[in-house]
Ligand binder design. Sequence first.
Ligand code: XMP
Ligand code: MG
Length: 178
Amino acid sequence: MEEIEVLIDEEEIGLKVREMAKVIAREHKDEKEIYFVTVLEGARRFSDDLVKEIMGLGGFKVKNYLVKAGSYGDGSESSGKIEVKKGLVEDVCGKELIIVEDIVDTGLTLCFLKEYLLKEKKARSVKICSFLDKPSRRKTDVNVDYVGYEVPDKFVVGYGLDYGGRYRELPYVGVIKG
Ligand code: XMP
Ligand code: MG
């Protein structure tokens, strides 16, 4: 079992998610409902916590749609060709959506998903909320509206992020040593 170096501990994660929830709630206070689109699998944990925090603030109705996207193949390096592996069955036509993602790396996944939601699913607008951001690796100019933490160009795991199906359950974000 590899050793993991902690980058962001559990307490910091909790505080950050609460802070992000407050910002999103403030910016959507005049809307009847907030519509999230969570990118499976990695963002599920962040999205659950985020929605819980927003609900805890009171006065909001939230819908959390699920979508699965990924690049062909399953290595730690994106192949660059993205596909929707499990699309939205719900009607989001005309809705203002917020994609919830675990990490933005090259940005290719989010670019693709944004296009999919706008063009194919006819959403009115699409914002992006990602817990982590690796800006040094960006290959697109996708705009990330809400970001938790910037991380260095290292493969990070934990808090929903996995490496070959492992480490997702860690309560902190860390880097595999060695
Ligand atoms: P792109 O390059 O399209 O990639 O922005 C986004 C997706 O790639 C995965 N990814 C990671 N997963 N640790 C992970 O566990 C990482 O450091 C990492 N970097 C990218 C992730 O699935 C993300 O949604
Ligand atoms: Mg992801």
